[in-house]
Design a protein. Structure first.
Length: 197
């Protein structure tokens, strides 16, 4: 398995790049999240990689961060999701946004990605829920980036579930919270919303 490549970035033709490492030019497919953050051609680059071996091809995928590669690998484990679909998901959403969608069970975000239908989105959310490490869910998105911080989100959700609300009620209330709601504030506001329902 080729786990990492460091070398000179020769070409950039989205979604593929070519990296010269030790005199060998590796063609690597990258998600747009990685592509946008690459240095200029001719500069040094280091990528975490994942090799997919098929009967008709050996395909190399590259990622600037370990989190992106870890998410790519989790997506590949889901039935019906191939490498191209996983790449499209990571091109459409950041790791933090995917984690956020999983915590909120928000299929709406995923169906906006070309090639992802409602059924696939729901299956992704369901299967990723148990597979995403808690660490990734807790630090994935930034507060104020239009979504409640995932650590606050999961704490609020767990508190509401512990108080006897079902998941649908809890998630419904959480969608109405302001993006920068903290844990205690979020629980208080969610309880107010639920008591009016």
């Amino acid at each position: 398995m080729i786990g990492r490549i460091t070398g000179t970035l020769l070409e950039k033709n989205p979604p593929q790049i070519t990296v010269d490492a030790g005199g060998i030019g590796y063609e690597i497919d990258v998600p747009m999240s990685t592509f946008y953050n690459l240095p200029a051609a001719g500069e040094r680059v280091s990528l975490h990689t994942h090799l997919v071996v098929r009967e008709d091809a050996h395909l190399l995928f590259g990622f600037l961060t370990e989190d992106e590669r870890a998410m790519f690998r989790q997506l590949l484990k889901i039935s019906g999701v191939g490498a191209r679909t996983a790449l499209a998901i990571l091109s459409g959403l950041s790791v933090g946004e995917i984690s956020q969608a999983v915590v909120m069970q928000d299929a709406g975000r995923l169906v906006k990605i070309p090639g992802i239908g409602k059924k696939t989105a729901e299956r992704l959310l369901l299967e990723l829920k148990d597979r995403l490490p808690k660490v990734q869910l807790s630090g994935a998105a930034k507060v104020g980036a239009g979504v409640t911080a995932p650590d606050a989100t999961s704490d609020i959700l767990n508190a509401l579930l512990a108080l006897g609300y079902n998941e649908r009620e809890a998630l419904g209330a959480m969608k109405q919270l302001p993006p920068d709601a903290g844990v205690s504030d979020g629980i208080r506001q969610a309880l107010k919303l639920l008591s009016k329902a």
